[in-house]
Design a protein around this ligand. Sequence first.
Ligand code: BV8
Length: 229
Amino acid sequence: MGQYQRIVILTGAGVSAESGIATFRDAGGLWENHDPMEIATPEAFARDPGLVYRFYNARREQLRNVDANPGHRAIARLQREFAGEVFLVTQNVDDLHERGGSEQVCHMHGELRAALCLHCGARHRTESSFDHATPCPDCAVSGGLRPDIVWFGEMPYHMQEIDVHLARCDLFISVGTSGQVYPAAGFVREALAAGADTIEINKDTSGVSTWFHQQRQGPSGELLPRLVE
Ligand code: BV8
């Protein structure tokens, strides 16, 4: 890695899968007989808020029973020890990168541990379940708290910051993502346009594998520590 100055790492559900968290597509695609892709939408929240609150409360609850894995810890070590710059952007909404030791984590799809009040706009950290009846800790109004998660059809967070890092990186590493969801799936092309080398780590191939100079196939929990050592 010594030949690089500025690394961007993109992670997806495959990195958390090593901690036992089901990915979007490997989980047999159903949760309570619903397609997660159908639940992670503003329309689903408007149509059946209880289902959407239950979906995120269950996933937030699951965080109590899992821990960061060697893949998360390898990324955190690289961020600490690499002489140049490492920018970590994740599609994952769990807090496993933070629990693996990463201090800089760009959550482009939001976070399970955050709630957004639609009445006053305040964002709150929360490890507990909440729903329509839960009053906002700031404005005390109930009925306005939603998961602070970027749903399909909503603009991902921090896009300007991400684009700046992609435009100047010399190495782009994508780990554990199926390359099906945009704009994240298009980041490799931005990195290539910047002249960066590109490496994909995945247990299979992805929708964008052909855009990578290197494809390393296998579990991220094994391949990331090898990449970083
Ligand atoms: C937007 C939060 C614009 C929710 C998520 C048609 C064409 C192109 C694009 C679109 C289109 N129609 C609609 C769109 C846009 C849409 C999109 O891309 N849809 C797809 C489905 C076609 N995108 C959006 O809507 C985005 N917003 O475009 O906004 C805009 C512009 C202006 C103004 C307003 C709006 C917003 C997308 C964000 C949605 N929210 N997450 C939640 O978590 O509940 S996305 C969701 O999918 C998760 O974040 C997940 O991380 C992400 C992507 O999935 P992956 O992480 O890749 O996970 P997946 O299960 O798919 O794959 C796992 C991979 O890991 C696999 O490859 C597997 O092989 C690998 N793996 C498994 N185990 C391991 C492993 N690898 C290594 N080791 C292992 N052990």
